[in-house]
Design a protein around this ligand. Structure first.
Ligand code: GYE
Length: 327
C-alpha cells in the first residue's frame, strides 16, 4: 500500500515539474503557471443587495484561501463601468477574467477583445445572451427560470380554491438582467395554470430595498385590489414590507409576499411571518469559481453550464435554518 502511494506521489511530482517547464496548455490564459502566480480580474455588478454582499465576500474569501491574486471591481450596477473594468483587466494581461454581467446584452465587443488577448472568461451568477458561446468558458450560476417557477407554484397551491381573484404586484429586478427576465418568465409560466391568478402590475425596483419600497408604495396605491407581492429578490420584498406597514396594512396577511434569495434579513422576515415564502438563490459561488479556474489552468475543459443547487423555504423551514445560516 505504502509503495503505491509513493509511486503516485512521484508521478504527481513529475507532472508538476513538467507543468512548470512545459508549454502553455491550449486554450488557457497565461499558460503554465502555478495557482499562486495567477491573477484573476473579477468585475462585480455592485453592492445592490444582501445577496450581492454575500457573493462578494464569498468570492474574496475563496481567492484568499486558494492564494490566487484577485483584482476586484464594483461597477455600481452600470454596464459601462463593467466594460471599463474588463478592458483594464485585458490591458493588465490578467490570466483570467470572471464577471457577473449586470444586463444580458451588449457584451460581444469586449468579450471579443478578451478572446483576442487569449484571456479566458468565466461568467458567474448572471448570463449573457450572446450567440457566440466561444466568448466564455462556462456560465456558473442559478437556474432563474426554475426559481420563478417555484415562486409561482407556491402561489398556485396557496391560491387553490380561492373565491376572490388573486391579484399580484410584481417587483422586477434590474431591467434587462438575466434574473429579472427569467424570474418573470418562470413565474408567468407557473401561474398560467390558474386563470384566477393575475399579475396586475409589474415594475422594476432594481434589486434594491429602497427601489422595492418606492415601487411597492406607488403600485399598492394604484392597485388596491392587489393581495400578493412577488419580488424578484429579498431586498425588494423587505422594502415592500415597509411600504405595506406605512399604509397601515399587515405584511404576510393583508398582502402576502413571495421573494427570491434567502439572505439573512429575508429569512428573518419569513420567520417573523412578514414574508410568506422564499425561493433560495445561492450567492456562495467562490469555491466553484476557484475549481473552474484550477481546471482551466491545468488545460482541462469545464462544462459549458454549471447550475447551482438550491431549495425553497416556508416559515417553519426558515426558523429551523436561521441559526446556521452563513449570510
Ligand atoms: O437575486 C439579487 C441580486 O444576480 C442572482 O442579483 C443575482 C441577483 C440576486 O441583486 O439579490
Amino acid at each position: 500500500m505504502k509503495k503505491t502511494i509513493g509511486l503516485f506521489a512521484a508521478g504527481a511530482l513529475v507532472l508538476a515539474l513538467s507543468a512548470c517547464g512545459g508549454a502553455a496548455p491550449a486554450g488557457t490564459g497565461g499558460g503554465a503557471k502555478s495557482l499562486d502566480q495567477l491573477v484573476v480580474g473579477f468585475a462585480q455588478v455592485g453592492a445592490e443587495s444582501g445577496w450581492r454582499t454575500a457573493n462578494t465576500k464569498d468570492i474574496q474569501a475563496a481567492f484568499a484561501d486558494a492564494k490566487i491574486k484577485l483584482q476586484f471591481s464594483d461597477a455600481q450596477q452600470k454596464q459601462e463601468n463593467q466594460i471599463k473594468a474588463i478592458r483594464s483587466y485585458i490591458q493588465q494581461k490578467v490570466d483570467y477574467i470572471a464577471f457577473s454581467p449586470v444586463v444580458q446584452t451588449g457584451w460581444d465587443a469586449v468579450l471579443n477583445e478578451a478572446k483576442a488577448a487569449n484571456i479566458p472568461v468565466v461568467l458567474t451568477d448572471r448570463a449573457v445572451d450572446s450567440k457566440d458561446t466561444s466568448l466564455y468558458k462556462t456560465f456558473l450560476g442559478s437556474d432563474f427560470v426554475l426559481e420563478g417557477k417555484k415562486a409561482g407554484e407556491w402561489l398556485l397551491a396557496d391560491a387553490k380554491g380561492a373565491s376572490a381573484p388573486v391579484n399580484v404586484i410584481q417587483l422586477e429586478g434590474t431591467t434587462g438582467s438575466a434574473p429579472a427576465i427569467d424570474r418573470a418568465t418562470g413565474f408567468a409560466d407557473a401561474i398560467k395554470a390558474d386563470t384566477n391568478i393575475k399579475v396586475v402590475a409589474s415594475q422594476t425596483g432594481d434589486f434594491t430595498r429602497a427601489g422595492g419600497k418606492q415601487v411597492a408604495e406607488a403600485l399598492l396605491k394604484s392597485h388596491p385590489e392587489a393581495t400578493v407581492i412577488y419580488a424578484h429578490n429579498d431586498d425588494m420584498g423587505l422594502g415592500a414590507i415597509e411600504a405595506i406597514e406605512a399604509a397601515g396594512k399587515v405584511p404576510g396577511k393583508d398582502i402576502k409576499i413571495i421573494t427570491v434569495d434567502a439572505v439573512h434579513d429575508g429569512m428573518q422576515a419569513l420567520a417573523d411571518g412578514k414574508i410568506n415564502f422564499i425561493v433560495e438563490c445561492s450567492p456562495l459561488l467562490g469555491k466553484q469559481l476557484i475549481e473552474i479556474i484550477t481546471k482551466l489552468n491545468a488545460g482541462e475543459t469545464v462544462p459549458a453550464r454549471i447550475v447551482t443547487e438550491e431549495g425553497t423555504f416556508t416559515q417553519e423551514q426558515a426558523k429551523a435554518a436561521l441559526p446556521n445560516r452563513k449570510y
